[in-house]
Write a protein that binds this ligand. Structure first.
Ligand code: S1T
Ligand code: MG
Length: 542
């Protein structure tokens, strides 16, 4: 079978269901085959960062793998940041790059789109992917494709596949289906027994869940395990929205000094904190009220289990959860749990100016009336504001914190699930990738986009109040929506916000951009507590 055909079949078998991409001359032969492959519809966008963010969000919401196809050099280097974010946040993304042909590589001429050497691109991607393959040999290509796709699935991290343009039509053998990497069933069993014993013996055990629980598709199993054990569950900042649809959703999200005191106290006073699929990042743990001694926690992540000073290697998350579920029994009576904090509802639709927390309240009201929507958030106060939105599934860069994720992620969610997404994005981030909304009409997407327009890089202002460079101009995003094929609504008061969300919820067939005027210096409660906590922690360290 022709290499590109075999590659696309292997991608579909590995869980891909669409391809986001931007071609170039080195990728034309590959895109020609992609266009003829109906099982993987191709969605072209305007800038490579958006291609990466959309593919990442698609897999975060649907599962399986996401695919970003680009051209050599100029395209691939533009894609680096989203792939770095996917690597950090454990997202299984496949980077498919066209590349110079073998004769071009040996022509002795510098090749256009080449940086330092012809392998500079591969070297860069070695830093942000967990496995790589250059398909320049028809004999080794089938095994290389199979190995790289298994790595993508098992490590839930990006991988890199380079397709020289003269290899697209070369015949290769079938791509084998590899056995999963070896897992030691005794290690899994022993880890499950030790964890259950540790939780059983604890006065106040708590389970904290994060990204990997979604990535490995074990949300329902984890919710069931927690229910059977009778253990309270919280999410990390990065894990906000997990287990949202389960019969017993988490009590809340742990954000240390910036979070709800009931949740902070529950986590920080626990004598058996079980971190399941958790990324041990500063955004998840640096603002804790009382520093959490991670050595005293139980960590199950990255295919291993760590308890104190010993580690069980090669323990995939799903295998561990299954082994625990097989022996789980109620942990018995424990101290009374605090009532989970109530998210805000019932915004007063009056003529007062809008604050970030008003947006959260109004979104809760809209979803209460019209039903929940899958959410995407960019990096900005919009993400901190999302902590006040009732517990719904959300894709957001809660750890890598790269801007530009929001709007393309909303497009990726609709492409992958068919569901309309609600996007939260700051004006600064919208200036980076908001223009991708211009691709909605062509692809039939109609997200609702709320722009937190404070004409400012507000988070940076919060850390550097005297800076002038954090001031941005007030761009009239709402006026740009029409020409891009959407509906634009300018909001200055709470009444206008309520009306805009009602109109958006009842308008289908084109994107709706709600441009909310916010006053500089007015942050969400969560962000202001986060900044305060961060500053306090920094002054303590000094
Ligand atoms: N560039 C990229 C691609 N990602 C980043 N995270 C940054 C720069 C740094 C940065 C922040 S937050 C922020 C920047 C520039 C300002 C965001 O402005 P806006 O989207 O308007 O949101 P808001 O006004 O709510 O802050 C993080 C801390 O690194
Ligand atoms: Mg802003």
């Amino acid at each position: 079978m022709q290499l590109a055909e075999a590659l696309l079949q292997a991608l579909h078998r590995a869980g891909a269901r669409e391809i986001f991409g931007i071609p170039g001359d080195f990728a034309l032969p590959l895109f020609e085959v992609i266009e003829r492959f109906p099982e993987l519809p191709l969605y072209t966008l305007s800038h490579e960062p958006a291609v990466g963010f959309a593919a990442d969000a698609a897999t975060r919401f649907r599962g399986g793998i996401g695919v970003a196809a680009i051209t050599y050099g100029a395209g691939a280097f533009n894609l680096v940041n989203p792939v770095a974010g996917a690597y950090a946040e454990r997202s299984p993304l496949v980077v498919l790059s066209g590349a110079p042909s073998r004769p071009e590589r040996s022509s002795g001429l510098l090749v256009h789109h080449q940086a330092r050497t012809l392998d500079s691109q591969l070297n860069v991607y070695r830093e942000i992917t967990c496995d790589q393959a250059v398909l320049d040999d028809p004999v080794t290509a089938p095994d290389a494709i199979a190995r790289v796709l298994r790595s993508c699935h098992e490590h839930s991290q990006p991988v890199y596949i380079e397709v020289p343009r003269d290899m697209v039509g070369v015949d290769i053998g079938p791509v084998p289906e590899l056995e999963p990497s070896r897992v030691d069933p005794d290690a899994v069993e022993a880890a499950a027994v030790e964890i259950l014993a540790r939780l059983e013996a604890a006065r106040s055990p708590v389970m904290m869940v994060d990204a990997e629980v979604r990535r490995y598709g074990v949300e329902d199993k984890v919710a069931d395990l927690a229910h059977r054990l009778g253990i309270p569950v919280v999410t990390t900042f990065m894990g906000r929205g997990l287990l949202a649809d389960s019969p017993n959703p988490p009590m809340g999200t742990y954000i240390g000094m910036a979070g709800e005191p009931e949740i902070t106290d529950l986590v920080e006073s626990s004598d058996a904190l079980f971190l399941l699929g958790v990324i041990l990042s500063d955004t998840n743990f640096s603002v804790s009220l009382h520093k959490i001694d991670l050595r005293k926690t139980i960590v199950a992540a990255q295919r291993e289990v760590r308890l104190g000073f010993h580690t069980y290697p090669d323990v995939p998350l799903e295998a561990l959860v299954d082994a625990m579920a097989a022996q789980a029994r109620p942990l018995g009576p424990r101290p009374e749990l605090p009532a989970p904090p109530e998210p805000p509802y019932g915004m007063a639709a009056d003529d007062s100016p809008v604050t970030p927390t008003d947006i959260a309240t109004a979104v809760n009201d809209m979803m209460h009336k019209h039903g929940p929507l899958p959410m995407a958030s960019d990096m900005g106060d919009c993400l901190f504001t999302a902590m006040d939105i009732d517990h719904h599934a959300i894709a957001a860069p809660g750890y890598y914190a790269g801007m530009g994720f929001g709007v393309p992620a909303g497009l990726g969610i609709q492409a992958a699930t068919g569901e309309r997404a609600l996007v939260l994005v700051g004006d600064g981030a919208f200036q980076m990738t908001g223009w991708e909304l211009g691709n909605c009409r062509r692809h039939g997407w109609d997200p609702i986009v709320i722009v937190f327009n404070n004409a400012s890089w507000e988070i940076l202002r919060a850390f550097q109040p005297d800076a002038k460079y954090t001031d941005l101009d007030d761009w009239p995003f709402h006026e740009m929506a029409g020409p891009l094929g959407g509906v634009g609504i300018h909001v200055r008061t709470r009444r206008e916000l309520a009306d805009a969300l009602e109109r958006a919820a009842t308008t289908r067939g084109s994107f709706v951009l709600i441009d909310v005027a916010l006053q500089r210096g007015h942050m969400s409660g969560t962000l202001s507590r986060y900044v305060e906590a961060f500053e306090r922690r920094r002054s303590q360290e000094c």
